[in-house]
Design a protein around this ligand. Structure first.
Ligand code: G6P
Length: 611
């Protein structure tokens, strides 16, 4: 949520900052801005709206100072405090000598603002970040690292921060608590960012700051201290994905590219993790011995949004195959309702970004209560990955589209492997385990078969693009698919869509059905199908148009619906993946027909680092 970039070195900073912002725009696109050390002072340019608006403003303003600046910071914003206006855009300046960009939330901004106002500071914005800029200035006596450290000690809340001073040429200071900061090491230059996609084009050598680290960076030199001023060294890691992985690669949108990548990303997720001879999964990152597995009495899955929907599939699969209790819970609720969790619980935190504030808070709560906590994370080196210290990386590559697609199918693939591993350690036979391995190995092929129908799905979408409301219904494993399908549609097409258990529809929502409220019914072959067909009939009796997601060749289901998308047969726990991919494509085409900003839907952000 929000993107930060900073550069210090020997070359003009603006191209680094602008390229970085473009890479990070998916984290927020309400406004964008840069601040540069230029001549004797600071040069500031910021604009409401997307990064391109800032680029245009910089072109108009072209000057020797701007082109010659070798140190600066930049930001693309997802608004928290104050609407997305130019004044509220970052960077924020204090007394023309400090410029600062910030991700996160300064929770005690009101009391700090009052104090700073009384001390004569003038506020131009409604943001919590401007409070921090003035606070740093109030401590500034020529050493920005010292001033930022003093300011952050007074701050409650979360931050990823980058700042510069007019009085310290070439010096860039960054700090973090709760919001990531990655430092990319070049030769005689350093580029910092809130995630590695802004850095990868320039270097693969990176340092991830820990919470409460503050770093002073001058050209290629990085000096890190903790907030209590103890010098520390943090390991250098190498980014193992390429810049190409974060490009559109000929697709009209990142979302479509990421949908089409899924056969490959699922292959990457499962590669080397299945043992077909023993019929089990090898998930060494979980770091759980047979003894630990036997001790676990319950699995609890926490996550937000799409990650939580994936978690529900894990809940069903673990109970189904491993035979011990599993539950999924909204990460945001988990922390505040005093949950009963202890040393016999395995808590699985699912997060594409590894930075979602609510999921991170749930991880900390579960750890404090003595549970074994593992992360299912896509972004390597992210906070949840590091704080859990054990888990399974998704290996889905960078997901840029705000609406999550390939992360979901990789998360479900990992959860199926976890269910298999637990099941084999308890009650599943070797033969069934071997068959389960084959079911997981078949997933990429099932997805390919759905992708082959892209044109047909686009045609089906034409019939549904003009509605303003929709319901998605399913049972069993298809219930989380209904939730995820509805989430995808509302995120990118702005059609109001609700996922419901098929049986639950008649307890209220059915009152809303009429001929302009379609129902998308998950009718995959399996135990819930007949009952869901009954629910479909109830919907049809209220004139609702029905789109069925049906198993290939299922004449009965086909005859009961108005339109259909066929998915290849698979046992239901595996059919989750092709059914979801069909709904991803359906949402994509509906949104495209409605002319929506598919990769950057309004009001959303890819990585939500505030509670
Ligand atoms: C945001 C994104 C969703 C995502 C959710 C959880 O709301 O827009 O696509 O599912 O955060 O993110 P995470 O990175 O924790 O999976």
């Amino acid at each position: 949520m929000c993107g930060i970039v900073g550069y210090t070195g020997m070359r003009p900073a603006v191209p680094f900052l602008m390229n970085g912002l473009r890479r990070l725009e998916y984290r927020g696109y309400d406004s964008a801005g840069v601040a540069l050390q230029a001549g004797e002072g600071l040069l500031l340019e910021k604009q409401a709206g997307k990064v391109q608006g800032l680029a245009d403003a910089l072109t108009e303003r072209a000057s020797v100072d701007l082109d010659g600046s070798v140190c600066g910071i930049a930001h693309t914003r997802w608004a928290t405090h104050g609407p997305p206006t130019q004044n509220n855009a970052h960077p924020h300046l204090s007394k023309e000598r400090i410029a600062l960009v910030h991700n996160g939330i300064i929770e005690n901004h009101n009391s700090l603002r009052e104090r700073l106002r009384a001390d004569g500071y003038e506020f131009l914005s409604e943001t919590d970040t401007e409070v921090l800029a003035h606070l740093v200035e109030s401590h500034y006596e020529g050493d920005l690292l010292v001033a930022l450290t003093a300011a952050l000690k007074e701050v409650q809340g979360t931050f990823g921060v980058a700042c510069i001073s007019a009085e310290e040429p070439g010096v860039l200071i960054v700090a973090r608590r709760g919001s990531p900061i990655v430092i990319g090491l070049g030769e005689d230059e350093t580029i910092v960012a809130s995630d590695a996609s802004a850095i990868i084009k320039h270097t693969r050598q990176v340092i991830y700051l820990d919470d409460n680290d503050v770093a002073r960076i001058v050209a290629g030199d990085v000096e890190i201290r903790t907030l209590d001023s103890t010098p520390v060294s943090r390991a250098t890691s190498e980014i193992d994905w390429s810049a190409d992985a974060a490009e559109k690669g000929g697709y009209e949108h990142y979302m479509l590219k990421e949908i089409f990548e899924q056969p490959e990303t699922i292959r990457n997720t499962i590669r080397g993790r299945l043992d077909s001879d023993r019929g089990t999964a090898i998930l060494s990152g979980l770091n759980l011995e047979a003894r630990d597995l036997a001790d676990i009495q319950r699995m609890l899955v926490v996550g937000c949004g799409t990650s939580m929907n994936a978690g529900m599939v894990g809940e069903y699969a673990v109970e189904d195959f491993a035979g011990f209790p599993a539950e999924v819970e909204q990460a945001a609720e988990f922390r505040y309702r005093n949950p009963i969790v202890g040393s016999k619980d395995l808590v699985i935190a699912i997060s594409q970004s590894g930075e979602t504030a609510d999921t991170l808070a749930a991880v900390r709560e579960a750890k404090d209560k003595g549970a074994t906590v593992v992360g299912l994370v896509n972004v390597v080196g992210s906070t949840i990955a590091r704080e859990t210290g054990r888990g399974v990386y998704l290996h889905a590559g960078p997901e840029i589209s705000v609406a999550s697609t390939k992360a979901f199918t990789s998360q479900v693939s990992v959860l199926l492997m976890i269910a298999l591993k637990f099941a084999r350690s308890r009650r599943m036979s070797r033969e069934r385990g071997m068959e389960f391995v084959r079911e997981i190995e078949a997933l990429p092929l099932l997805v390919e078969k759905v992708l082959e129908q892209n044109d047909r799905i686009a045609k089906v979408a034409e019939q549904f693009a003009d509605f303003e409301n929709a319901f998605y219904i399913g049972r069993g494993y298809m219930y989380p698919v209904a939730l995820e399908g509805a989430l995808k549609l509302k995120e990118i097409s702005y059609i109001h869509a609700e996922g419901y258990h098929a049986a639950e529809l008649k307890h209220g929502p059915i009152a809303l059905l009429q001929d302009n409220v379609p129902v998308v019914a998950l009718l995959n072959h399996g135990p819930g199908k007949d009952k869901t067909l009954g629910n479909v009939a109830e919907c049809q009796a209220r004139s609702a148009p029905i789109l069925g997601i049906i198993t290939e060749g299922d004449e009965e289901a086909r005859s009961c619906v108005d339109s259909y998308i066929e998915v290849p047969y698979a046992p239901l726990h595996a059919a989750v993946i092709p059914a979801t991919v069909a709904l991803q494509l359906f949402s994509y085409h509906v949104a495209r027909l409605r002319g929506c900003a598919i990769d950057q839907p309004r009001n959303l952000a890819k990585s939500v680092t505030v509670e």
